[in-house]
Design a protein around this ligand. Structure first.
Ligand SMILES: [Zn+2]
Length: 273
């Protein structure tokens, strides 16, 4: 009589342990739990370290309907400028009639000021990717702020922008809560992304395109890199497919003006395959 009871208890215990483990994995490995943007006035801790309750609500709540979100997409290109790829990228964007946001490294912009001016002249937005592209998660608050301010100052000297240059993206996507708070204290909005196809790896145009279309969201901030020919080659098909789905292409700055941080941080899934 006792044996089956003990077996049942052990089985129940095993089920509970496995369920807890599955729940932990499910909550822990949701890439979208990372915010897309952390604006100057936002509660950075709430966005970067949501409570377990907030995670559960986010995961089990009703999925965000695509109709409730604007079909806006911002292409963002990190690093550079580069003497070979940047002119090619600018020509491709011009041909497609698409503006983009370029997160430039201050030192590289200083090395190629004409390319930097050409980016701005093409109707694109130039944003801050620090002066020297360090790992900001390893720097103190003062050093983080110095990198941001020196990067912005370098860009401002080359391509003055009447609007404040306050959009920033951390190099290598490496940051901590302290990094974001230091950026906020210096007056910067941290811009991350809603999709990263990993084009910095040596992958081909078809792989980049397939990833982007499969993971499409509304609204979207797409992380790309400006030194990759495969990325440039993937653009016409990506742009065409998003346009057929009713998307408009805008800069990150325009996206922030046309939608809310809440919508950007909780985009709707909208696969375009
Ligand atoms: Zn970078």
């Amino acid at each position: 009589m006792r044996r089956p009871g003990r077996k049942a208890a052990l089985l129940a215990l095993a089920v509970i342990v496995l369920s807890c483990a599955a729940l932990w994995v499910w909550l822990r490995f949701d890439v979208l739990l990372r915010p897309v943007v952390v604006l100057r006035g936002a509660d950075a801790a709430a966005l970067l370290r949501p409570s377990l309750a907030a995670r559960v609500v986010d995961r089990v709540g009703r999925p965000v309907s695509a109709d409730s979100r604007p079909r806006l997409i911002a292409l963002s290109f990190d690093d550079g400028p580069y003497p070979v790829e940047t002119p090619l990228l600018l020509q491709t964007l011009r041909d497609l009639g698409v503006p983009a946001t370029f997160f430039l490294i201050g030192r590289d912009a200083e090395q190629f000021p004409d390319l930097t001016r050409a980016i701005a002249a093409g109707g694109n937005e130039i944003a801050d990717h620090t002066l020297t592209h360090p790992n900001l998660d390893q720097l103190g608050d003062r050093a983080v702020q110095a990198e941001l301010q020196a990067g912005a100052a370098a860009l401002e000297r080359i391509a003055p922008d009447p609007a404040e240059r306050r959009l920033f993206r951390p190099p290598h996507g490496r940051f901590t809560l302290a990094t974001i708070r230091a950026a906020q204290a210096a007056g910067y909005d941290t811009i991350l992304w809603s999709d990263d196809p990993g084009d910095w790896r040596s992958i081909g145009a078809a792989e980049i395109r397939d990833h982007v279309l499969r993971r499409a969201r509304a609204p979207e901030i797409l992380l790309l890199h400006s030194g990759r020919q495969a990325t440039i080659a993937a653009l016409p098909q990506i742009v065409g497919r998003f346009r057929r789905a009713g998307y408009a292409f805008v800069t990150v700055g325009a996206l922030l003006r046309r939608t809310s941080a809440e919508q950007l941080n909780r985009p709707a899934r909208l696969p375009l395959e």
